[in-house]
Design a protein around this ligand. Structure first.
Ligand SMILES: Cc1cc2nc3c(=O)[nH]c(=O)nc-3n(C[C@H](O)[C@H](O)[C@H](O)COP(=O)(O)O)c2cc1C
Length: 154
C-alpha cells in the first residue's frame, strides 16, 4: 500500500489551540500507520511543503472577524503558485473562535474555491467558551479525513 502524506497547517497561539493541534498530530500517527502527518505552522509553510502531499488540514483561530493573520500570510505568499499545481487537493479545516467564526469561514471558503481544492468534509467551527468536547470533534473529523485519504475515497 502506498504511504499517504497529509500536511497539517496549524496556527495555535493559545493553550487550548495547542492542545487541539497536539492531539491531532499524535492521534493521526498512532491510529493510522499508513499516513505521514506533517505538522507545520503557517509561517513555516511554503510551496515546497506541498511536494507529494495527498491532503491538507488547516486550523486557524478567528481574530477580528477574520482568519488569523498567520493563516492569511500563508495564503498571501503561496496562493498564486499553489493555484497552478494543487487543483483538486482534498482539504478539511477547523476554526477556533471565541465568539463567532463566520468571517473566517466565508474568507477561507472563497480562497479554497479559488485554489480549486476539494472540501471533502464540512468545516468545524468551534465557537464560544472553550469546551473539552472540541477535542473529540476535531479528532473525529480529522480521523475521517485521514482515513478517507488513505483509502483513496476523495
Ligand atoms: C486579538 C484577538 C481578536 C479576536 N477576535 C475574535 C473575533 O473577531 N471573533 C471571535 O470569534 N473570536 C475572536 N477572538 C478570540 C479567539 O478566537 C480565541 O481567543 C482563540 O480562538 C483561542 O481560543 P482559546 O481562548 O480557547 O484558546 C480574538 C482573540 C484575540 C486575541
Amino acid at each position: 500500500m502506498k504511504y499517504k502524506n497529509i500536511l497539517f497547517i496549524s496556527h495555535s497561539p493559545s493553550l487550548n489551540t495547542i492542545k487541539l493541534s497536539n492531539h491531532i498530530c499524535m492521534k493521526a500517527k498512532r491510529l493510522n500507520p499508513n499516513i505521514s502527518l506533517i505538522c507545520l505552522n503557517p509561517f513555516e509553510t511554503n510551496v515546497n511543503s506541498f511536494n507529494s502531499i495527498d491532503g491538507v488540514i488547516i486550523s486557524t483561530t478567528e481574530n477580528f472577524g477574520y482568519m488569523a493573520g498567520a493563516t492569511k500570510d500563508f495564503f498571501d505568499r503561496c496562493y498564486e503558485d499553489l493555484r497552478e499545481i494543487t487543483a483538486g487537493l482534498p482539504v478539511f479545516y477547523y476554526v477556533r473562535a471565541g465568539l463567532d467564526g463566520q468571517g473566517s469561514q466565508i474568507a477561507i471558503n472563497k480562497i479554497l474555491k479559488g485554489l480549486k481544492w476539494k472540501q471533502v468534509l464540512p468545516p468545524l467551527i468551534l465557537k464560544g467558551k472553550w469546551q473539552n468536547n472540541f477535542i473529540q470533534k476535531v479528532e473525529d473529523q480529522s480521523l475521517a479525513f485521514v482515513n478517507g485519504i488513505e483509502m483513496g475515497i476523495y
